[in-house]
Design a protein around this ligand. Structure first.
Ligand code: ZN
Length: 209
């Protein structure tokens, strides 16, 4: 698959905004990650820096744009061709410092291997997505569970907002925000991403010095 841009939505689930003590936004909060940060959850061990404070996992539904968008009206199901589950990794301590200084989040969100995705599958439509919870398991135990019905901004709103401000083209992917339950990763842990009961991929954590 070919990828173009990685867009991410921050604070798209009320309970997650609250757990970090953030305000609930009144329009989508968009940031991006470099394409270089993308890595597949294909069973391998993924390496992270062990000396930059806590790195939090954020489990998210990821949309793949299959058709260049225009400013014309649209159906989500005609623009989104595939989906995946992903983890938006965040250097949380670094991010707190950046927020205090009013600096961009790139260092905290765009580091190597900061955007994990499972294999993509054909987008089944928004209605089907509403019927399935998505889950993150750490060493076999559920740590995050979400459902898109709890999103503040719908897929449609997110697509329209990104198109209006940045343009949205075939190959762009969107991390649509994390539900509550984010927390730090540690050396040696194994993670698995599930869509309903179905395992979509996994990876191990290796913290480097
Ligand atoms: Zn996120």
């Amino acid at each position: 698959m070919e990828f173009r841009n990685i867009f991410c939505i921050g604070r798209n689930y009320v309970d997650h905004a609250v757990e970090l003590g953030n305000d609930v936004p009144d329009q989508p909060m968009v940031f991006s990650k470099p394409l270089n940060s993308l890595v597949y959850a294909d069973g391998k061990e993924i390496h992270y820096p062990g000396n930059r404070g806590e790195i939090h996992h954020e489990l998210e539904v990821v949309l793949y744009i299959g058709k260049d968008m225009t400013d014309e009206d649209f159906w989500v199901d005609e623009i989104v061709s595939k989906m995946a589950l992903g983890i938006d990794l965040t250097l949380r301590d670094v991010q707190s410092e950046l927020k205090k200084k009013g600096h961009p989040w790139l260092l905290a969100k765009g580091f190597k291997n900061a955007a994990i995705v499972t294999e993509f599958w054909d987008f089944p439509g928004e209605a089907v997505c509403r019927e399935r919870d998505f889950c993150l398991l750490r060493d076999g135990k559920t740590v995050q569970k979400g459902n898109i019905t709890s999103m503040i901004f719908s897929f449609r709103t997110i697509l329209a907002y990104i198109q209006a401000n940045f343009g949205l083209k075939k190959g762009d992917i969107i991390f649509t925000g994390t539900p509550e339950g984010v927390g730090p990763i540690s050396n040696g842990e194994k993670y698995e991403l599930r869509w309903g009961e179905e395992s979509k991929g996994g990876f191990g954590i290796r913290m480097n010095e």
